[in-house]
Ligand binder design. Structure first.
Ligand SMILES: [Zn+2]
Length: 151
């Protein structure tokens, strides 16, 4: 996802997991933190944790298997947050995985520095370390398995 990504009403996702990931990533890239206030088999609703008015609801489309953005208010009245809990292990591991591939291994401190510089987000040493392990696990898995294209 790039920084200019915008949700649109009617945009569809194949799964709620995918929608949730997109919502979280969108929040991180925009320097905001969202909370998932409703999450069940048919819908996910997220609001800004500063209750500034931002809201997004993605829910199942009738009898289809897809999920669609049904409600979306894309206005954050709040200020950017620095220590963003949406920048979780999964997200950080995705960011550092490319670095590991290109630049090689990094320490937890280097990861924290890098995320701060590239995304203006503060993460904890614990998150940095867990993300590092997760990324290394995936990369080692890549080597063990022959690469194949999922699509
Ligand atoms: Zn907000």
């Amino acid at each position: 996802m790039c920084k200019n990504f915008r949700f649109k009403l009617g945009m569809e996702f194949f799964s709620l997991k995918e929608a949730k990931q997109a919502i979280r990533e969108h929040a991180v890239l925009n320097g905001r933190q969202v909370e998932f206030v409703k999450m069940d088999k048919v819908r996910v609703r997220a609001v800004c944790n500063k209750s500034c008015g931002f809201i997004i609801l993605v829910s199942k489309v009738g009898s289809c298997h897809n999920f669609r953005v049904k409600t979306f208010v894309d206005v954050h009245q709040c200020a950017r947050v620095f220590n963003n809990k949406n920048a979780n292990i999964e997200w950080v591991s995705k960011v550092v995985m490319d670095k590991f591939r290109n630049v090689g291994n990094m320490s937890a401190n280097e990861i924290m520095d890098d995320i701060k510089k590239s995304h203006n987000i503060g993460i904890s040493p614990w998150t940095a370390l867990q993300a590092k392990h997760k990324a290394l696990d995936v990369l080692e898995g890549d080597v063990a398995k022959p690469t194949h294209n999922k699509f």
